[in-house]
Design a protein around this ligand. Structure first.
Ligand code: ADP
Ligand code: ZN
Length: 739
């Protein structure tokens, strides 16, 4: 929709004494003037270190100096870093993101330089190599562990002790023994870069069905064209979308280009990684928040110099310094996890499309329930669509039924209705698995006093504290505050009157254990799946049928394929529909379709039972009738009539601070200078969706504009006319997710 700024002037060289503009990885400012030091030559894109106050910071040479700084104030660039220069494509991308999100360029660069250590030369450390066999002692004693190390070093140039122990799976003493025996020798050297296995695009792939074949051919053709395009893979759950976009990855690899696959949740990675390895005979490089600092450093460098060919990662992987990116896949493109809500506020799906346009390569959003934004782009012809309307093989889409909870008579069980209980029992009797889905972490979402009605609230946020019984604590899910579960009511001081209200997954599991004492039950939420390994183990246990009932939040709703899972029970289909958010229907529809999609993906037919108090809600009707088109067309009509996204533009301004009065004053100041015209309207100030968060009061103003308005220009002028007050922060969220 927006135009790309003109590319920077051709990269020139700057000799000693010349002045350059350096953008530092700092959350403020767009760049500072520096002088090229004696004996140094710099080019645009070079990574450098430069003095800033008392510190030396990393940055990138961005171009010619602005020249409006007095000569004696200009400092010398301190050092040039031994890293490939940042390609022009990535510099243009960062500029584009900064302009679109109205963020300082330095803040965007900071995301791209998330591992500043990666710019440093490799440090020296002790590395080990094999001695020539002629120098080994005669008849050396070679235990299996020793043999593994020898085999490892036979293939590798030189390795650190820690890597040897890790990869050979033995203790450090085995290596020491080999050194003492004269078989291995250690010396100090720069740590060798880790090698990344090269994926092979030409390994045998599964035979595709006709729909898949057609889709794969289109993707391969677009990928081979070396031109920008967006092709949406829109296929029902279980249609084989992954198999289809693997063909695009193969096509990009054949052309020697790098590939980025964005996934919303790294838990999704366990099965995905195995499938990727099976298809391409190599693991992709991974990028997510769970990596060790050393791994991040290695990966960043390998992406920059091209050793990493395929990267799979969370949204921040978009800012890695690819040297030859030729394809981006965004799996589950509708997922809100692609939206970063802190710092530079951006949507990775939208920015990926921009990255593809700048780089001149295809971008492939993938989903069973594409976002309205994406669907409207398909309708207008800007995006191409590949439809996969049926499940692969003989699998059918599951049958969806509603359970009207208004008719449920109160019985012994609180959360699992009689009908659902019987269905679970039948499923288990048939030797199959059931998933009970409830999108609420912990034991109970609310704790209150039976005597006085006092509710336990976070001291720093407008949110109830959630009981986590396994930890015997109450937690705030927004700021991390936690406290012991009180014995006395903090308000009326009565003893033993605090009661848990409503279910979370822990409480649901408790009930399921009472009803099905013999079933093997696994609990899956972000509290139990604390990392990729835990997710991997759980997936294995479900696949091996070591689990009968999975009870989980959205962490198990997405992507997984379990052949024996035939029943999905949704405990509270209405959770996401509460509150005034206009996008609630779309989001709930996407999540419930996705969780329903886990049922009956292989030979055995699947069934979904959805408990609801709103059986006539359009979301429920659409799910039961499997009528996505009708639901979407109603959603679109509503949005079109009110000029809401994707038919109009929104920008949210969040005003926050510790003092409520100052925050209100600032919000009023913004309201007074708010732009207004036939095509622009400002709503608010109103309390923000989280009106109090981490001790800060928050107000929101929403700028609503017609589609054709350049909102960035309007908002920038608006902010200039209402300078921020001390102690108040104004955050800008272009295209907010909730409205
Ligand atoms: P989706 O991502 O659309 O939900 P998947 O790509 O996970 O679907 O495919 C569902 C299942 O069907 C997977 O186990 C996958 O390996 C299998 N599958 C899909 N297409 C084929 C094919 N052409 N041949 C063999 N198995 C396939
Ligand atoms: Zn809190």
């Amino acid at each position: 929709s927006s135009t790309i700024p003109a590319p920077p002037k051709p990269a020139g060289s700057f000799c000693a004494g010349a002045r350059v503009r350096v953008v530092l990885a700092l959350p403020v400012g767009a760049g500072y003037d520096y002088r090229v030091a004696a004996g140094m030559t710099l080019s645009v894109g070079d990574f450098v270190k430069a003095p800033f106050g008392k510190r030396r910071l990393v940055g990138v040479v961005w171009g010619t100096a602005t020249g409006d700084v007095a000569e004696e104030k200009v400092k010398d660039v301190a050092a040039i870093m031994p890293t490939p220069a940042m390609p022009g494509e990535q510099r243009r991308f960062l500029e584009w993101v900064a302009a679109y999100t109205l963020s300082p360029l330095g803040a965007v660069l900071k995301m791209a330089l998330s591992v500043p250590e990666a710019l440093e030369p490799p440090r020296e450390s002790l590395v080990y190599v094999l001695n020539a066999r002629s120098r080994w002692p005669e008849a050396p004693r070679l235990s299996p562990a020793r043999r593994r190390i020898i085999a490892l070093l036979d293939d590798a140039p030189a390795m650190r002790a820690a890597d040897i122990s890790h990869e050979a799976g033995c203790s450090a003493s085995v290596l020491r023994g080999l050194v003492q025996a004269g078989i291995v020798r250690g010396y100090a050297a720069p740590v060798p870069e880790r090698t990344f296995a090269v994926p092979d695009p030409d390994r045998p792939a599964p035979a595709l069905n006709p729909d898949q074949r057609r889709g794969a051919d289109v993707l391969a053709e677009r990928t081979a064209a070396d031109a920008f395009s967006v092709v949406v893979v829109d296929g029902v759950t279980g249609s084989g979308k992954t198999e289809v976009y693997f063909e695009a990855i193969a096509a990009a690899l054949r052309r020697g280009r790098q590939v980025l696959v964005l996934l919303p949740e790294i838990a999704l990675g366990a099965q995905w990684l195995r499938r990727f390895e099976a298809r391409f005979a190599a693991a992709p490089a991974q990028w997510h928040s769970d990596l060790s600092a050393a791994r991040r450093r290695e990966t960043w460098r390998a992406v920059a110099d091209g050793r990493a060919r395929v990267v799979v990662g969370a949204r921040s992987a978009l800012f890695l310094p690819f040297c030859d990116l030729g394809l981006i896949v965004i799996d589950e493109e509708h997922d809100s996890a692609f939206k970063q809500e802190e710092g530079v506020i951006y949507h990775a799906r939208d920015m990926a499309v921009v990255r593809g346009r700048i780089g001149g390569f295809p971008v492939i959003p993938v989903s069973a329930t594409p976002s309205l934004e994406t669907l409207v782009n398909i309708e207008s012809g800007r995006y191409e669509q590949i439809a996969l309307p049926t499940r692969h093989g003989d699998a059918l889409l599951p049958d969806v039924g509603l359970i009207d909870m208004r008719k449920e008579r109160p019985g012994a069980q609180k959360w699992i209705s009689t009908e659902l209980r019987e269905a679970v029992a039948r499923t288990l009797a048939a030797g199959e698995q059931a998933l009970l889905f409830l999108n609420r972490r912990g034991y109970a979402p609310l704790t209150l006093c039976r005597t006085c009605g006092h509710r336990m609230q976070c001291p720093g946020c407008s949110a109830w504290l959630v009981e986590h019984r396994s930890r015997k604590r109450l937690l705030c899910h927004h700021c991390g505050f936690s406290m012991a579960r009180p014995v006395r009511c903090p308000a009326c001081d009565d003893e033993d009157t605090m009661v848990a209200c409503g279910p979370g997954v822990e409480r649901l599991a408790e009930e399921a254990r009472e009803i099905f004492p013999d079933a093997r039950i696994a609990l899956a939420s972000s509290d139990t799946l604390t990392g990729p390994q835990a997710a991997f183990d759980l997936v294995r246990r479900i696949e091996d049928h070591a689990v009968d009932i999975v009870i989980g939040t959205q962490v198990v709703a997405k992507g997984y394929h379990f052949a024996l899972l035939t029943l999905v029970g949704v405990i509270d289909g209405d959770v996401g529909l509460m509150g005034g958010d206009l996008r609630a229907g779309e989001r709930t529809y996407q999540l419930l379709s996705q969780v329903s999609g886990r049922a009956g993906r292989a030979a055995r037919a699947g069934r979904v039972l959805m408990q609801t108090y709103l059986p006539d809600h359009p979301v429920m009707t659409a799910l039961v009738n499997g009528d996505r088109a009708a639901f979407l067309s109603a959603e679109k009509d509503g949005r079109r009539a009110t000029h809401m996204p994707p038919y109009g533009r929104l920008v949210a301004l969040i005003v926050s601070g510790r003092d409520a009065r100052t925050v209100d004053a600032m919000a009023q100041r913004l309201a007074r200078s708010a732009p207004s015209s036939k095509t622009i309207q400002v709503l608010g100030p109103a309390p923000a969706p989280m009106a109090f968060l981490r001790g800060r009061h928050r107000r929101r103003l929403l700028l609503k504009a017609r589609k054709e308005v350049r909102v960035q220009t309007v908002v920038a002028a608006w902010l200039r006319s209402a300078p921020a007050m001390a102690g108040v922060r104004v955050q800008i969220d272009v295209d907010p997710m909730s409205f």
